[in-house]
Design a protein around this ligand. Sequence first.
Ligand code: CTP
Length: 406
Amino acid sequence: MNDLAGKHIVLGLTGGIACYKAAELCRSLIKEGATVQVVMTEAAQQFITAVTMQALSGRPVSGSQWDARETNNMAHINLSREADAILIAPCSADFMAKLAQGRADDLLSLLCLARPLEKVPLLLAPAMNREMWVHPATRRNATQLVADGATVLEVGTGDQACGEIGDGRMLEPNELVEDLVAFFQPKLLAGHHVVVTAGPTYEAIDPVRGITNLSSGKMGFAIARAAREAGARVTLVAGPAHLPTPRGVQRIDVKSAADMLAATVTAAADATVFVATAAVADWRAAQSAGQKIKKDGSGRAPTLELVENDDILATIAQSPRARAAELFCVGFAAESEDLLANAQAKRLRKGVPLLVGNIGPATFGRDDNTLLLVRADGVESLSRAPKLDLARKLMAACAQQMSQQP
Ligand code: CTP
């Protein structure tokens, strides 16, 4: 993906062992299409060299406000004016204190203070020992920085370089990139709670066998990420899918359709949007055997009696809150032919305002897809694109359709 194409990021490094992660972060930002100007404090240069950061960013590193290379000798103005965002990673406790006080005795703090507040966002990725992170002074500084318009990103938890265990690790480079990409997305679903079902379900026949399908969960996970990026609180009810949880998304893992229904009903109680992407198994074994079913030597296969699973989407779509238009329901249709007619019929059968049609065999397991958005008043097709792009478009379409509801 090129989610940061056209973005110019000032990447600030302050003194901390997490500087070693800044090298990978710089590479990842560039891979996402950004241009990166690295600015390092003197303390950061104790942990990683400017040579490394220059080689990775493809630009000389800035380190001093007295840098004579700047023709106007105003590095702090030049650097802050051309940035789409300033990301300080790692941001030390000392640097947070400095920013909170508005001090400006080195190039990085100077350019942060000089940045046009409305135009150039400042994101901080704190990195410090767990005691420093919970110290009242750091808490106070973090609160002040947020009040002053900065975004203080989360910290990771776990082993620390000092040998202690706790909160205060810098987020991993891929997590920081995900947060930065999300930061730039329009917050079309701020204040919403979006519930998404994703992946296949697994219906046990006996302890070692079951009925499932080839859904990878990629579309549903992309929708959960896109909804989160759009500012929503997101609950992802996932069948057995081997995918990482998108950042900031609450994931509830389930196996069977019955488990998925129960988890979804609970999660949807205060949801405002429900998106059913899961490929729910239509049938389950009438009785799941307690022990492995053995061959009986007769050469005949056992007869498997199947019963139909409850329809999760239809159940939620018929709930009082959905009927009162407090919960906007979106269904998916995985078809193998005649997409438009099948999707239109399915929209009516499920009783949802928006049904998204796609061709099952053309999407399962793939990273891209094409979608057909079917509403009461017409259809719209989204041409082939990565699933995350489509998910963002779908979330925008939901926000728009909800805003037009009576
Ligand atoms: N769905 C659901 N619970 C089920 C079956 C389907 O929530 N037990 C949802 C899916 O998540 C999807 C929509 O209903 O949003 C349509 O799923 P699909 O498998 O295309 O259709 P079915 O309802 O199973 O109908 P058919 O098999 O006849 O195409």
